[in-house]
Design a protein around this ligand. Structure first.
Ligand code: ADP
Ligand code: RBF
Ligand code: MG
Length: 167
């Protein structure tokens, strides 16, 4: 793997239009995990089962790391919102299986385990890293959220918020 410099991070990722293999379409039921996201990181992540995804999506997400796009959860609060997604083995926590976790940039009024979630992934931000501390991981997640927001603000990306996949 090439060296990745945490101290010099770009504020936007991806070209003016989503580059191949994006857009990547994901859907499935929100699964329960270790519930560390909200408790330890202040960042809840809704988990999808990698086994539930299409072969195209599985291939497209072979690069472990952080991605950005839009997501929607069926239910009371069913808007389409920006999201950041972590795909990997969470080396910091030494998990033993691959996870797909989506943090949606929206304040939901309640948990939504068991609900159907759909997401369109539009770009890749960075590889999955191991960390010396929880604080360092949290700092990078905050940057990821900012990068996702900047990247999605471009017209060719924002257009996906109203894509037919979400209706
Ligand atoms: P788990 O390990 O079970 O995924 P988390 O601490 O990561 O636990 O919390 C994830 C859960 O929090 C989601 O499944 C969802 O029900 C809820 N949740 C509430 N707000 C959000 C949000 N903005 N983004 C993602 N999940 C959220
Ligand atoms: N876990 C890691 O071990 N390394 C990472 O680089 C990493 N990046 C993440 C980036 C984002 C935007 C999010 C939401 C999570 C990330 N995580 C990472 C996953 C984190 O460890 C996970 O959400 C918690 O373990 C709770 O399941
Ligand atoms: Mg989670």
């Amino acid at each position: 793997m090439t060296q990745y410099d945490r101290s010099h991070r770009p504020s936007i990722c991806g070209g003016d239009q989503p580059d191949a293999p994006f857009p990547v379409y994901l859907s499935g039921e929100v699964k329960r995990g270790f519930q560390r996201g909200s408790r330890e990181l202040g960042c809840p992540t809704a988990n999808l089962d990698p086994e539930d995804q299409s072969p195209e999506a599985a291939t497209a997400l072979e690069n472990l790391g952080v991605y950005y796009g839009y997501a929607r959860v069926d239910g009371a609060d069913s808007g389409v919102y920006p999201m950041v997604m972590s795909v990997g083995w969470n080396p910091f926590y030494k998990n033993t299986h691959k996870t797909i976790e989506i943090h949606i940039m929206h304040a939901y009024s309640a948990d939504f385990y068991g609900s159907q979630m759909r997401a369109i992934v539009l770009g890749y931000i960075r590889p999955e890293l191991d960390y010396v501390s929880t604080e360092a991981l949290i700092a990078d997640i905050k940057t990821d959220i900012q990068v996702a927001q900047n990247s999605l603000a471009r017209p060719a990306y924002s257009a996906y918020a109203t894509n037919a996949f979400f209706t």
